[in-house]
Design a protein around this ligand. Structure first.
Ligand SMILES: C[S@@+](CC[C@H](N)C(=O)[O-])C[C@H]1O[C@@H](n2cnc3c(N)ncnc32)[C@H](O)[C@@H]1O
Length: 334
C-alpha cells in the first residue's frame, strides 16, 4: 500500500480513464492510476515519449487511450527545453514489445505528427520511489515565489524576500506544477496583499492560500467543494508553519455563504466551474476589492473578460502561461 508523503500523487479522476487526464486541469504532472493499487510485480516497463513540436492535445488523447487499453499504472509529464515529455509505466509484460511502433502508427493513422522519440526501459521496484520523486523539483514561478516538495527546500537559492511554498505532493490539486497554479501565483505577487483578507475559491492543496499568507495577507478562507482536499490542505499548512487561525478550510459547495467581505478573491478553476460563481463574487468582496482569476484557456479570454465585466469588475492586468490565461480585476464602485 502506498502512503502519501512519499511523492506519490493519486488522482481519483483517473477512475474514468477514458477521460482527457493528461490535459485536464485536474490532473497533476504525475498520476498513478487505480491499476497501480493492484500491482504485484517488481519490474515495470517505462515508455519515455517525446512530444512533437506544437500543440500536444491530440497526442495526449492518443496516449490516454493507450494507457487505458494496456492498464498503465502511472504516468508523468515533464516540460523540458526540447519540449514536452511523458513517461508511462506498465507492469512488465503488459505492453507488446512493438509498443513504440504501435504508438507511431496510431499517430500516423490519426493524421498527427510523429512523436519525436519513444524509448522503453525496465524499472526495478526499489528505484520507483526515487524515480517518482525526481519529478518534483523546486520551481521558481515568479520573481519571489518558489514551490518545492519538502525534501527539496534546501536546494533553493534564497534571497531576502524569497517566498518558498513547501507543498507535499498529494491527492488534492495544487502541487505547483500546473501552469494555471503558477500563473495564479505570479499574479498574486503583483497584488498588494499586506494585511488583507483573502477568499481562495477552489483551494485544493491550499497552495494559493499559503502563498497569500506568506505574501503578507492577514488571513485566508480556503473553500473547496471536495472533502478529499482536507488532509492535504492541513499537511501543507503545517509544512509551511501557517496556523489554522491564519488559513481556514471550509468544505462546501455553497461557498457564497462564506462570511465576508474579503479584500481579495483568488480563484483558479476551470471556466465552466467559475463562470456560474462569478456573479456572486461581488457579494463577498469589499468595495475596491481585487479578483485574481485563472484556470481558463487563452482562447476563452474574451468570454471570461466580458463575464468579469458583467459581474461588476474592471480588468486591470492579464497574463498567460502556455495555453492558459489569468487576470487581475478590481470591483467597480456602485
Ligand atoms: C484547478 S484546482 C485549483 C487548486 C489550487 N487552488 C491551485 O491553484 O493549484 C480547482 C479546485 O476547485 C475545486 N472546485 C471545483 N468547483 C468548485 C466549486 N463550485 N466550489 C468550490 N470548489 C470547487 C476543486 O475541487 C479543486 O480542488
Amino acid at each position: 500500500m502506498i502512503s502519501r508523503g512519499e511523492g506519490w500523487v493519486f488522482n481519483r479522476n483517473l477512475e474514468h480513464l477514458s477521460g482527457r487526464f493528461f490535459t485536464s486541469v485536474l490532473a497533476p504532472a504525475l498520476v498513478l492510476t487505480p491499476e497501480f493499487a493492484t500491482v504485484t510485480t517488481d519490474r515495470w516497463t517505462k515508455l519515455r515519449i517525446c512530444a512533437p513540436k506544437g500543440p500536444t492535445e491530440a497526442h495526449e488523447e492518443l496516449l490516454a487511450a493507450f494507457v487505458a487499453q494496456f492498464e498503465g499504472c502511472g504516468l508523468a509529464e515533464t516540460d523540458t527545453h526540447e519540449g514536452r515529455e511523458w513517461q508511462l509505466y506498465f507492469e512488465e509484460g503488459e505492453i507488446p514489445p512493438e509498443a513504440p511502433q504501435l504508438l507511431q502508427n496510431r499517430a500516423r493513422e490519426a493524421g498527427l505528427a510523429p512523436f519525436r522519440d519513444i524509448t522503453t526501459e525496465t524499472v526495478e521496484r526499489e528505484n520507483w520511489h526515487d524515480g517518482w520523486r525526481q519529478y518534483f523539483k523546486p520551481v521558481q514561478v515568479s520573481r519571489r515565489i518558489w514551490v518545492a516538495p519538502p525534501w527539496e527546500t534546501e536546494s533553493i537559492h534564497k534571497v531576502a524576500d524569497t517566498v518558498v511554498l513547501v507543498i507535499e505532493p498529494g491527492m488534492a490539486f495544487g502541487t505547483g506544477t500546473h501552469a494555471t497554479t503558477q500563473l495564479c501565483l505570479s499574479l498574486l505577487e503583483t497584488v498588494d496583499l499586506a494585511g488583507r483578507s483573502v477568499l481562495d475559491v477552489g483551494t485544493g492543496s491550499g497552495i494559493l492560500a499559503i502563498a497569500c499568507i506568506k505574501l503578507g495577507a492577514k488571513d485566508v478562507v480556503g473553500v473547496d467543494n471536495d472533502p478529499d482536499v482536507e488532509e492535504n490542505f492541513g499537511d501543507n499548512l503545517r509544512l509551511n508553519s501557517v496556523g489554522i487561525d491564519q488559513a481556514e478550510l471550509q468544505v462546501k459547495s455553497e461557498w457564497d455563504e462564506t462570511a465576508g467581505p474579503f479584500d481579495v478573491i483568488v480563484c483558479n478553476m476551470l471556466s465552466r466551474e467559475f463562470l456560474p460563481l462569478l456573479p456572486k463574487f461581488p457579494d463577498v468582496l469589499a468595495r475596491n476589492g481585487v479578483l485574481v482569476l485563472s484556470g481558463f484557456l487563452k482562447e476563452e479570454q474574451p468570454e471570461v473578460e466580458s463575464a468579469v465585466k458583467v459581474a461588476g469588475f474592471e480588468t486591470v492586468h492579464h497574463s498567460d502561461n502556455l495555453e492558459w490565461a489569468g487576470l487581475v480585476a478590481r470591483r467597480r464602485h456602485g
